[in-house]
Structures are given as structure tokens and as C-alpha cells.
Write a protein that binds this ligand. Structure first.
Ligand code: F6P
Length: 547
């Protein structure tokens, strides 16, 4: 593997950044009257406006050169061919097969996976219909009115985010809840108002060994059995989604009530699989298929569009530019859409668990920055919290503004106000407010002399914060699927350029291992002499308080 920072394309970008870095967006827009049009990229009704990123046509050309030099297209094609690009786990990365609506085969190890994918979808469709239409009843013969998904990470964040995003397509007759945290408060809060006779639990875990999920699942089972007074109730009130049939059976869920997926589906890329069952139950199977259709449209675009028009490639490259050449350590996700309230949390796992790595695929340590810290909240709420730092702080914070042109649930002029705020913020972040403008404003307010001079520095906005604006007609299941697949492929593009394996997650292991050593000490079953002194001290402290 050639060292990234020694590639001619990288060096050319560094040289270019040296000259370009300090150019202000004001200057870039003044120099090019058609900048807004020139940097607008589209796929059907999806607009990705890169004009407020701090780059020029030359920057983009150099970034595309970097993509070519790092064999991006060859790696993309290898992923779609089902090659084992997740090398440390020796697995293919084929979540695109889960939403392959083309009828074409997709292979892993020479085997077409599509018949299995479609067979599970068929079972899910049947089960979803049975629950929603009252053919699948609880142990006492009552209809299911509440579904609780027990899962964590990829077995929670995707379905939870999408279910919330698609609420207008749901029904009050069937409510879907999510329990992820091992903190008993989560399960207890969700179950407090539920009737066990009408509640269905989905135990969602790729491995079916994750401690948080299994602990919650055991407690949920006890809750059911205690209240319904019969062990047999489990069969009507618990189903599983997993790749581990043996563990599902050992837990006491019949494989007939299990929906499978495969090791070539990464947890954080799994909402398109049976892990999407809570989404299907919430909005109905046909809507779920629309979500898959939207994702498939983006897959096809990513697979076939020339690099210079390819939205995931362009967005990925812009991220590389901001991270490696402008030095941004964070990336804000700002959906101007309350329905996307959990998007940032979902993308935090998708992106940070994929590209939060400092060792390359070949085992060498990187000498450049990789995945940024993602954070975000819906606009306009975030305007009233952390936007102050974006406008007048000392950090460079690239941000994605995501907004639908119209609301699905239109109410008065709410959506126009939302849009006005979204567009205003990207303008403010780009152009800021100059001393002349601020002075003029203060004078208009009647300030003069020392009072004006004292106030002036506080009223300045440096601007030049890079933003991308993503606009689509309406947040339909299709548009959402397309948007999520866009972000998934951006992660692929960046991971590939950084030379990472974006599909393993060894960094989550250490804490899990240590928790396994600490638990027996807290339970009084081990003395903890092998633990480091600060851990022992804290254990002693909490045990004392519990006594
Ligand atoms: O701890 C991280 C992780 O392995 C994630 O990658 C995964 O999404 C999550 O745990 C849950 O895993 P599982 O679905 O196997 O319970």
C-alpha cells in the first residue's frame, strides 16, 4: 500500500491547500457569479449543494485525482462483487444486497445471496401483516398493540431513527418502542404503561451474545412470564432477529420465530435486513420496501455514476478536504427536520465506528487524521444551543444542513419558517458579518463613540464555516432510504481513501473485556486483586454507598 501522504495527488492537494486555505467564501462567491449552480449536484429530486464548501473547481479536480490514485472505483466494485473487503473479520460487506431491487444476482463466495435475502423478506412481510392485521395474537388471544425492540448499537439506532422519521406513515394502533441501555431505567420506563398481553418483544442482536441486549431480554421475559403467569407465553410475545440460531434457541425462542441475516451485514449497516422489523411493524411492509427502493437508487448511482458527478464520492471527498487539508476535527449533522431527530446518533455509530481508526487495513499506523467527531441535533433547536460556537467560536465546524422542500404533515406556515431558518443559517455561517456591516447596524441603532467601539467586536461574525445543503422534495420512505445510503457510501469513500477497514470495530472490545472482570467483583464473587488501584478504589467507593 503506497503511503497516502506520499502520493502525488495528496502532495498536490497540500500545495493547493497552502494557497487556497485562507480564501473566504465571500471572495469565492464574488469571483464566480455561477458558483451556486456550478457546485450543485443532483440525483432526481435530491440536491447536494457544495457551493458553500471552501473549495474551488481545482480543489475538486485534485480530490478526484486522489480518489483515482487510491483505487476507489476498484474497491467499490470489489464491495459490490461480494469480495471479503472486511479483512480482519474475513467477511464480505454486502448490505447493498439487502436492498438490491434489480433482480440481478449478488454473490458471496460464488453463491447468489438473493434467494435467501428475498426468502427472509417474504417471511417478514407475512409476519408484519399478521401482527398488524391481528392474525398474530398474544398468549391470551389479545391483539398486539405495542412492540418493544430490544437491541443496541446497529440493532437499535437504525430502526429507532427510521421508525421515528417515518411516524406519519404509522398508526396509533401499533406503537413501537426501543430499549437499548442495560440501565434498568430504560426497560422499566418503556414497560411501565404496557399491557404484557398486548406486547411483543423483538430481541434484535446480530451475535445474540451482547450483554446489554441479553440482560434486557431476560428481564423482559421474566416480566412477561410473571404477569401472564405462563412460561408458554414467551412463544407469542418474543421473536428474535439474529445471525446466531443456536443462541436464539438456547435463549428459548423457537427458530420459527426468528428472522435471520448474515455475517456479511455489518451491525451498523443492518437496518435494511430483518433488523428493520420494527420499522416494518410501525409503517407496514410496503413502506419498508420503498425505503429499500430509495437506498437501491443511491447504490446504483454510486456504482455507475462518473466520479465527478457521484454524490457519495463528492461528499466523501469534501469531508477529506475539510478533515485533512483544512484541519476540521468535527462534523455537524443538522437536519432541519424533527423527524430526523435521531439521525446524528445513528450516523455517529455508522461513521465513528467505521472510520474512527488509526491503523490502516495493512496494519500500518496512519500519519494523517481519519474520521472526525460527528455530532448534531435538529435545527432549529440546535440554533438555540450550540450554534453560538459555530458562529463565533474558534473551531472550524463543517456541517450538513438537511431539509425537505415540503412537509409531509404540513401545518400552517411552520415549514416555511423552518426553511427560512435553514437557509439563513447557511448564509450566516458562510458570509458572516464584516466590521463595516456591524458598524453600520450599530449606528442605525443609535450607538456612537466609545459605546459603539466597545460593542463592535462582539457583533462580528467571521463566517467561512463550510456547509453542505442537502435538499429533497419530501421525507418519504424512499427519500430517507436514499439519504441513508448516501451517508453509508460516503463512509465507504472516506475509509477507502484513508486505507482503513471501515467494517470491523475492534475498538469496542477492551471496555467489554474489562467490564467482564469488574462485574464479579461488584457481585461479591471475586476480590478484584488483579484490577488496577484506581478501579479498585472506585469499586470500594460504590460498594460502600450501596451497603
Ligand atoms: O459493541 C459494538 C457492536 O458490536 C456494534 O457494532 C453492534 O451494532 C452492536 O455492538 C450490537 O451488536 P449485536 O447486534 O450483535 O447485539
Amino acid at each position: 500500500m503506497t503511503d497516502l501522504t506520499r502520493m502525488a495527488a495528496w502532495e498536490a492537494l497540500e500545495l493547493h491547500a497552502g494557497k487556497h486555505r485562507d480564501r473566504h467564501l465571500r471572495e469565492l462567491f464574488t469571483a464566480d457569479a455561477r458558483r451556486a449552480q456550478r457546485f450543485a449536484f443532483r440525483l432526481d429530486d435530491l440536491l447536494v449543494d457544495l457551493s458553500k464548501q471552501r473549495l474551488s473547481s481545482e480543489t475538486l479536480a485534485l480530490l478526484l485525482e486522489l480518489a483515482r490514485a487510491t483505487d476507489l472505483e476498484a474497491w467499490r466494485d470489489a464491495m459490490f462483487r461480494g469480495e471479503r473487503i472486511n479483512t480482519t473479520e474475513d467477511r464480505a460487506v454486502l448490505h447493498v444486497a439487502l436492498r438490491n431491487r434489480s433482480g440481478r444476482p449478488m454473490q458471496v463466495d460464488g453463491q447468489d445471496v438473493m434467494p435467501d435475502v428475498l426468502a427472509v423478506l417474504e417471511r417478514l412481510e407475512r409476519f408484519t401483516g399478521d401482527v398488524r392485521e391481528g392474525r398474530w395474537l398474544g398468549h391470551t388471544g389479545a391483539r398486539i398493540t405495542n412492540v418493544v425492540n430490544i437491541g443496541i448499537g446497529g440493532s437499535d439506532l437504525g430502526p429507532a431513527m427510521v421508525t421515528e422519521a417515518l411516524w406519519p406513515y404509522g398508526t396509533a394502533d401499533l406503537r413501537v418502542h426501543f430499549v437499548s441501555n442495560v440501565d434498568d431505567s430504560h426497560l422499566q420506563q418503556v414497560c411501565r404503561d404496557l399491557d404484557p398481553a398486548e406486547t411483543l418483544f423483538i430481541v434484535a442482536s446480530k451475535t445474540f451474545t451482547t450483554d446489554e441486549t441479553m440482560t434486557n431480554a431476560r428481564s423482559a421475559r421474566s416480566w412477561l412470564v410473571e404477569r401472564l403467569g405462563d412460561e408458554a407465553a414467551v412463544a407469542r410475545h418474543m421473536v428474535a432477529v439474529s445471525t446466531n440460531e443456536e443462541a436464539v434457541r438456547a435463549f428459548g425462542i423457537d427458530p420459527d420465530a426468528m428472522f435471520g441475516f448474515w455475517d456479511w451485514v455489518g451491525g451498523r449497516y443492518s437496518l435494511w435486513s430483518a433488523i428493520g422489523l420494527p420499522i416494518m411493524l410501525a409503517v407496514g411492509y410496503p413502506r419498508f420496501v420503498e425505503l429499500l427502493d430509495g437506498a437501491h437508487a443511491m447504490d446504483e448511482h454510486f456504482r455507475t455514476a462518473p466520479l465527478a458527478e457521484n454524490l457519495p464520492v463528492l461528499l466523501g471527498l469534501v469531508g477529506i478536504w475539510n478533515r485533512n487539508f483544512l484541519g476540521a476535527g468535527t462534523h455537524a449533522i443538522l437536519p432541519y427536520d424533527q423527524r430526523l431527530a435521531r439521525l446524528a446518533a445513528y450516523l455517529q455509530q455508522a461513521d465513528m465506528e467505521s472510520n474512527g481508526k488509526s491503523v490502516r487495513r495493512d496494519g500500518h499506523r496512519v500519519d494523517y487524521a481519519t474520521g472526525p467527531i460527528l455530532f448534531g441535533e435538529p435545527g432549529t433547536n440546535s440554533q438555540h444551543s450550540f450554534f453560538q460556537l459555530l458562529h463565533q467560536g474558534t473551531e472550524l465546524v463543517p456541517a450538513d444542513f438537511i431539509v425537505a422542500a415540503r412537509s409531509t404533515t404540513a401545518l400552517g406556515d411552520h415549514h416555511l419558517r423552518l426553511l427560512a431558518n435553514c437557509l439563513a443559517q447557511t448564509e450566516a455561517l458562510a458570509f458572516g458579518k464584516t466590521p463595516e456591516e456591524a458598524r453600520h447596524e450599530l449606528e442605525a441603532q443609535g450607538l456612537t463613540g466609545e459605546a459603539l467601539e466597545a460593542m463592535l467586536p462582539h457583533k462580528l461574525f467571521a463566517g467561512n464555516q463550510p456547509t453542505t445543503t442537502i435538499v429533497y422534495d419530501e421525507l418519504t420512505p424512499y427519500a430517507l432510504g436514499r439519504l441513508l445510503a448516501l451517508y453509508e457510501h460516503v463512509i465507504f469513500v472516506q475509509g477507502q481513501i484513508w486505507g482503513l477497514n471501515s467494517y470491523d470495530q475492534w475498538g469496542v472490545e477492551l471496555g467489554k473485556q474489562l467490564a467482564k472482570r469488574i462485574l464479579p467483583v461488584l457481585q461479591g464473587e471475586a476480590d478484584g486483586q488483579d484490577l488496577p488501584p484506581p478501579t479498585r478504589a472506585l469499586i470500594e467507593e460504590v460498594l460502600q454507598r450501596r451497603r
